[in-house]
Design a protein around this ligand. Sequence first.
Ligand SMILES: NC(=O)c1ccc[n+]([C@@H]2O[C@H](COP(=O)([O-])OP(=O)(O)OC[C@H]3O[C@@H](n4cnc5c(N)ncnc54)[C@H](O)[C@@H]3O)[C@@H](O)[C@H]2O)c1
Length: 433
Amino acid sequence: MKISIFGMGYVGSVTAACLLKEGHSIVAVEIVEDKVDKLRRGEWPIFEKGLDDLVPREIIVKDLKVETDAMEAVLKTEISIICVGTPNLPDGNVDITYVSKTVEEINRALVRKKADHMILIRSTVPPGTTESILSPILHRDIGKDKGLTVGFYPEFLREGSAIKDFFEPSLNVLGCDRDFPIEVVNKLLPDGIKDVRMTSIKTAESIKYANNSFHALKIAFANELASICSQYGVNMEETMDIFCQDTTLNISPYYLRPGFAFGGSCLPKEIRGIISMAKDKKVESALFEGILKSNDNMVERFVSFVYRMNPSSIGYFGITFKPETDDIRESPVLRAIEVLLSKSTSYSKVIDQIVFDNDKAISKVRGKFGDGFRIADTPEELLLSSDVIVLGPHRIDRAVESKIISCGKPVIDLKWHRVGENLSRYPNYHSFH
Ligand SMILES: NC(=O)c1ccc[n+]([C@@H]2O[C@H](COP(=O)([O-])OP(=O)(O)OC[C@H]3O[C@@H](n4cnc5c(N)ncnc54)[C@H](O)[C@@H]3O)[C@@H](O)[C@H]2O)c1
């Protein structure tokens, strides 16, 4: 295929070299003079393991066309891959100037181009950027019948093993519209990795942030835990080796579904324990302190959510700290009830709170919370007496789901359980995330 690649930094150079190696015809577009000179001499402008040996220099000189602007690159190719930088601005915002300028230039060329063209954006951008900013620029002054397709194709390569990652990507995701010609992208990929996971453009944009923030979190977690535990004479390499052997709860999708705050008798207690161990040894534990803060924020977020709805009463399905138990220790729902009660004065509005749960859980709270909340004996009673219904840890069945829909009241789903399609499509359904 004939492919133009914009931005000859780490991502662009590796992509160009690998696609050249695969036999595609490549036009590299770069604006920095020194990089352009190097490319024209058959040298890659960056150092990356194995890159200099991937394609012989004479082949690069002969087969890699180098341009300094978009016009020829777009006119002479079928696909443009955008790999320009998206650094942080001094205030931390993502600077999309390079990518916006690139699509402006590409648009000028597209206006003149008669044949179809495909754009794959690989630069990392905040969710929504492609649809709200980049795609409208690309489509400007272009007739509706012009075959222009735009996809967001996140890049997951790691510097140092970028060539291996290109040929064996850990994840292959494409954000695009339904009618996107996926077969074109398949032609780009090396044999054996044709299984591209297609999703919406926004989801594809967000995955890059999910991946990298999770990687950063894992590193910070291992480092901070080691800084604390090594003060207690623990061999943390051994601890983490054993930790990683649990692929059911530790290294797994478990605990990675967005929902409400954690609670119970273990997680909050153990984190407070780690923080106090750190304090005793004068070690900073910003991450562990941040975990508790982040968890408290979920409760605060819920309370604001409720106040925005301005109900007179609110009913909770479940008060335990998680489903299928009667354990109410450090239950985040009970914490939310408490916070709502304490805020009632400052918001000068007392919200009547009603709860329903399994008998054993209810027996633990009956009579102990004074006027804090009332207890409903049946789901129906809860629905009848509440303006807003909260789906908490107590699992409701399809019959109760139907009753919620027919009573027409707003629902906040704290996402402990997957609700049925009818309820998730119900206009008054509000997902906590
Ligand atoms: N480096 C990585 O490991 C990595 C991995 C995955 C994704 N990403 C993302 O990919 C993008 C590129 O990253 P990078 O590390 O290769 O960046 P980089 O800064 O090394 O390279 C970007 C290149 O784009 C060039 N450029 C800027 N404007 C241009 C224009 N209008 N036309 C042509 N070229 C232009 C720059 O001169 C530079 O050479 C970023 O959004 C980054 O977040 C990077």
